[in-house]
Ligand binder design. Structure first.
Ligand SMILES: *Cc1c(COP(=O)(O)O)cnc(C)c1O
Length: 408
């Protein structure tokens, strides 16, 4: 999407605070007064534009952030939530009822996987998990009951890339909704512009970027957002995963620097991935030519923001992975922690952490090995220095071979 620039869309929003402040005033109220009883009735019925009812439904601060995130994804509307899961679960429950079926990528966030595998069957919603890179298998998995095709743009933790335009075509043909979790690739990829119906983010990660809160958002048509917020049958309204106004105001301030951060995350990850691969480590990064979806992804991204900040290396065994992570933390190269999008590098072994919901045999089938370390590369100003220090840790632990590295 060459003409779609999400960072410009965010930049171009203009807000004035209640007293002329450069930041919109934070609405610190759970309930709102009405001058006339008639307006209160109309608001309940959803017919009073610009009126607020109760902050579980919406609040001025949340609407500002909704608007900015809708502008970022190029959708009509958006609805923020208290967490990424608070955005994903109401969306799926809104779209599916008892007897319905979902076709989902098998390499998705562990919480989403657990929700589809263990939780939604209680409500008679069945999911088939597929290899998201195989469009023919995906199409063959669609049944007359299928309502949703679900994937992540870049999957967690194996960094498989979903062909969103290809998936959108299949979804359209079968009249089902394509729901895309774009958490790993904000600004880089605009799934709605490639044909996705609904785009979801965990704001906890890159968008907020400071690892100080959880948050989520659903970006979609005005009609779907209204459905989610409907006081009679809206899953967001009734399940209640509402973001607090103070938090949405702080997330919005962080959103304004997202474009600068994404460029640095991508720059640093690209540098390290190239170096590690050259050193002979098994490295997975969509920005490497060796990545099976490199060409596909190259055609999907806004090149300004690069291939993102997530990469994995495989150091052979879980023991080696744990030793390396502990040593890197000791040397202050980052934190042994789950999550992503922080200014410091974060690393974890997905098999025993974020993907531990996935049974071991299924982990093996999808190529999720014991020695895999997932990195969320930080905003380090001097990435060459970081590389030298990481390499020193790997040499010390025998993960890299002295002779190979010296030969460089
Ligand atoms: C973290 C994450 C989620 C869940 O978000 P929370 O904010 O932790 O609820 C969903 N999808 C992806 C890809 C994630 O990384």
């Amino acid at each position: 999407m060459k003409n779609f620039n999400p960072a410009d869309n965010i930049q171009d929003l203009q807000y004035f605070g209640e007293f002329g402040g450069v930041n919109p005033s934070i609405s610190d109220s759970s309930t709102y007064t009405f001058l006339s009883a008639k307006t209160m009735f109309d608001t309940f019925e959803g017919n009073a534009e610009g009126c607020y009812l109760y902050s579980r439904h919406s609040s001025p601060s949340n609407l500002y952030l909704d608007k900015a995130l809708a502008a970022m994804e190029g959708t009509e509307s958006a609805n923020v939530a208290a967490s990424g899961m608070g955005a994903i679960t109401p969306t799926l429950l809104q779209l599916c009822s008892h007897g319905d079926h979902i076709v989902s990528s098998r390499t998705i966030y562990g919480g989403t996987y657990a929700f589809l595998k263990n939780f939604t069957p209680k409500f008679g919603i069945r999911t088939t998990f597929v290899d998201i890179t195989k469009l023919d298998i995906i199409e063959a998995s669609i049944t007359p009951e299928t309502k949703v095709l679900y994937c992540e743009t870049v999957s967690n933790p194996l960094l498989e890339v979903a062909d969103i335009a290809g998936l959108a075509k299949i979804a359209k043909k079968h009249n089902i909704k394509l729901v895309v979790d774009n958490t790993f690739s904000p600004l880089s990829v605009a799934p709605a512009k490639l044909g996705a119906n609904i785009v979801i983010h965990s704001l906890t990660k890159y968008i907020n970027g400071s690892s100080d809160t959880v948050g989520g958002v659903v970006c979609a048509s005005q009609e779907f957002i209204n459905d989610l917020k409907n006081v009679n049958n809206g899953a967001s309204m009734l399940l209640g995963p509402t973001m607090d106004s103070l938090r949405s105001a702080s997330v919005m301030k962080n959103l304004r620097t997202l474009h600068i951060r994404m460029k640095q995350h991508s720059h640093n990850a690209q540098y390290l991935a190239e170096k590690f691969e050259k050193d002979g480590l098994k490295t997975v990064y969509p920005g490497l030519k060796s990545h099976p979806s490199h060409e596909l992804y190259k055609g999907m991204i806004n090149p300004e923001y690069g291939f993102g900040g997530m990469m994995t290396i495989d150091v052979g065994t879980l023991d080696k992975a744990n030793e390396l992570m502990e040593l890197m933390q000791q040397r202050n190269l980052g934190y042994l922690a789950v999550s992503l999008g922080f200014y410091k590098t974060l690393f974890s072994a997905p098999g025993t952490s974020t993907s531990s919901e996935i049974p071991l045999e299924e982990q093996a089938a999808m190529g999720l090995t014991d020695g895999l370390i997932r990195f969320s590369i930080g905003l380090d100003n001097d990435i060459e220095r970081t590389y030298s220090m990481m390499k020193a840790c790997m040499l010390e632990l025998g993960i890299l071979d002295q002779s190979m590295v010296l030969a460089e």
